[in-house]
Design a protein around this ligand. Structure first.
Ligand code: HEC
Length: 210
């Protein structure tokens, strides 16, 4: 061993010895038992945490269903602007002109008595159980400001054309699923035609008849 190397080695030994001393003194400072306990506690905690995780994974293993159980109707209606629904709509299309020809205003006023349990139809009229229907033909569904509609009606948001109104009044809860209008519907074409004509006459700008 050359002198230079021997010196280096000496330094190294010195360093090693010193750090050993510090370690030992720290170690001695704490009771060695105490340290063992701490280490054991830490290890055990880690084991338990990992173990519980794995165990519950096995215990509560849930197969994710392929089709979600809760279907939100409103959302589906909104997203189904595909070709199938378009063709369905086409089949439903009625000759609204011929239908309206079956009705008359005086009869419409009578039929509206069924509606007036829940609806006013007057300029500046109040909302009752249902919204005021003044000028409803041609207005957007769910658009009376101070009336609290169902989510379904707000989501629907189409214009109340003669056709839409006819389809709705056949069986409201089937046409707009989730509407809170608790009314069975008007089965007779003549009743629907008349009440639509009547409602159209009750507004600031009645729509021209088709
Ligand atoms: C039992 C009470 C009740 C009766 C009877 C009733 N409705 Fe309604 N109607 C409602 C309620 C409640 C709403 C609000 C629906 C919603 O928010 O889903 C409503 C909403 C409507 C709407 C939508 C209004 C808008 O601003 O978009 C129209 C149109 C309508 N009704 C027409 C009629 C007609 C026509 C009749 C009679 C043939 C009738 N209703 C009978 C309770 C009734």
């Amino acid at each position: 061993m050359r002198l230079k190397d021997a010196k280096k080695f000496g330094n190294f030994k010195f360093f090693l010895q010193n750090s050993c001393y510090t370690f030992v003194s720290v170690y001695q400072f704490m009771d060695s038992f105490e340290i063992n306990k701490i280490i054991a506690a830490v290890l055990l905690t880690a084991l338990i945490v990992i173990g519980i995780g794995k165990f519950t994974d096995i215990l509560f293993h849930v197969e994710k269903p392929q089709v979600s159980a809760y279907k939100v109707d409103g959302l589906e209606v909104a997203s189904s602007t595909d070709s199938t629904s378009a063709t369905e709509k086409e089949i439903e299309v009625v000759d609204i002109k011929a239908l309206l020809a079956k009705g008359d205003l005086a009869h419409g006023e009578k039929v509206f008595k069924k509606c007036s349990a829940c609806h006013m139809i007057a300029a500046g009229g109040k909302n009752m159980i249902g919204p005021n229907l003044w000028g409803v033909i041609g207005r957007t569904a769910g658009s009376v400001d101070d009336y609290k509609y169902s989510k379904a009606m707000i989501a629907y948001a189409k214009e109340w054309s003669f056709e839409e109104m006819n389809s709705y009044l056949i069986k409201p809860q089937a046409y707009i699923k989730g509407t809170k209008m608790a009314f069975a519907g008007l089965r007779k074409e003549k009743d629907r035609a008349s009440v639509i004509l009547y409602m159209n006459s009750k507004g600031n700008n009645p729509k021209p008849l088709p």
